[in-house]
Design a binder for this molecule. Sequence first.
Ligand code: 3PY
Ligand code: ZN
Length: 640
Amino acid sequence: PFLASLLTHPTFIDGNCWTTFIDDTPQLFDLVGSQNRAQKLLAYLGDVAVNGSSIKGQVGEPKFKGEFILPELFNEDGTKIDVSQPSTKGWRQILLEQGPKGFAKAVRQYKGCLLMDTTWRDAHQSLLATRVRTVDLLGIAKETSHALSNLYSLECWGGATFDVAYRFLYEDPWDRLRKMRKAVPNIPFQMLLRGANGVAYASLPDNAIEHFVEHAKKNGVDIFRVFDALNDINQLEVGIKAVQKAGGVAEGTVCISGDLLNPKKKYNLEYYIDLVDKLVALDIDVLGLKDMAGVLKPHAATLLVGSIRKKYPDLPIHVHTHDSAGTGVASMVACAKAGADAVDAATDSLSGMTSQPSINAILASLEGSDLDPGLNPAHVRALDTYWSQLRLLYSPFEAHLAGPDPEVYEHEIPGGQLTNMMFQASQLGLGSQWAETKKAYEHANDLLGDIVKVTPTSKVVGDLAQFMVSNKLSPKDVVDRAAELDFPGSVLEFLEGMMGQPYGGFPEPLRTRALRNRRKFDKRPGLYLDPVDFKKVRAELNQKWGHVTECDVASHLMYPKVFEDYKKFIQKYGDLSVLPTRYFLSAPQIGEEFHVELEKGKVLILKLLAVGPLSENTGQREVFYEMNGEVRQVTVDDNK
Ligand code: 3PY
Ligand code: ZN
């Protein structure tokens, strides 16, 4: 009867996954359901108690194992702000009332330079391998809704968060989005969309992108920063049109590459203005300037933003950077002064180096000027006390960056990738090879024709660099021996044209030699891909998993294998997003009591009692937990 009432419920019949169905219909969840969930949770906890966490990239245990101390926020008159409910005032209300064009106009007319807070997406993508879990974002959501109510936007979805949520955190990113939306209804939510690649690493059929964006909008995204990893306008157009059709704010984006101040460089002012003209012709609402590696020096920022401002006085400009070389604050202040309407920053404890520049440093730099972003620094600092604890909770994912990397102007490795590659090098004990890898990255970029480097093309350059280092290949060797070398798959996909067309064309003779008999696309890939047959895909997924939502369909199209692995994982262990991070990443002490709220009002009180001896016959151990006063036992394979 449970399943029958679920499947015939009107919310499920209309196939719409924009629903608070679970919250609103608790009666469908009977005791059997929660007992089943509790048993699955115990299976996970038992496994961690025996084998430790198997979360990829985790080194050691969290440095912080306490309960979060939440900040208190005070009004100017010293009275405490009630954060039991989220704030209802903010730029999202303007967006909901006036639509994307009205919102863009209001942003342009605002006197100060607004901020986007990247803490919930890019900052942890760049510093903590994208591992921050939903429960910890929600933990500070209501306070954020009050403290940062004048933000242009909160970047909280897309980029790598989508696949990492499924792949490494065993969480549903759509569920995250809906929960965040409910907790922060007043600040516009921003996502990073890789144009015709969606949130994947190569292009998808156009109707898959449209479908994905439609559901991202319905589930809570307001502003879509649409970029293409090669600045290919035809690829950008696919994403921008999908956003416009869904009714979102289209932030059409130019990726910044190289040194604008060096006139010999391929990507000069003329190149950027030409691309902005093309984006404006697509009727974007906001222009995004995305400096993914942090190579936009302050004077270059003044020149670029100033030139665009002069040509397009009414166009809102929103600038993104990374602080890899340590110039992030100076560059963002330069942008604000040159006429940018919004710039990006991250909470102090998750700022600097490969992340975004510090929000308080930017606030202090603009304080007292006409460009003040309109946030209360005391509130921003109060929020950061939460993030400083969180950074220690996620210490197992630190890359241990020691300081700025001035070489970023040479190698141009994007922030997130720089941390990632450094982490890999240190894991392999290849400290000395790290310098070599960075040099190889520069050479790989030159070999590929000095391309724009950001996901997925940054991975292409990184893969080629690692290939050159591990096979001891010089740039000349790569070209000379291209016809016989076994190149990484990403390099071949790029050369085929599966990621769009690079500015200035593909490198020859490397392309022809490396591709041998493989296909060559000379137009955007979507024109060669068959449209998705949604009816067929839905039917296949329903057959395989029981009822699936439109969000599941979108995820399957983006990442078929990752989605399948996730479904299998939760069949075994259930939804672990409710488990506090400390216990997700490490076992409790024997006798330590902790609580897990399975759903509203259904709390499990757990205590690890004992881990039994290894059975020689089965290779297993019994793990004993006390759950709500009763002893429970799980049998776990010992994989150590
Ligand atoms: C992503 O695509 O995930 C990025 O963060 C690019 O900068
Ligand atoms: Zn970024």
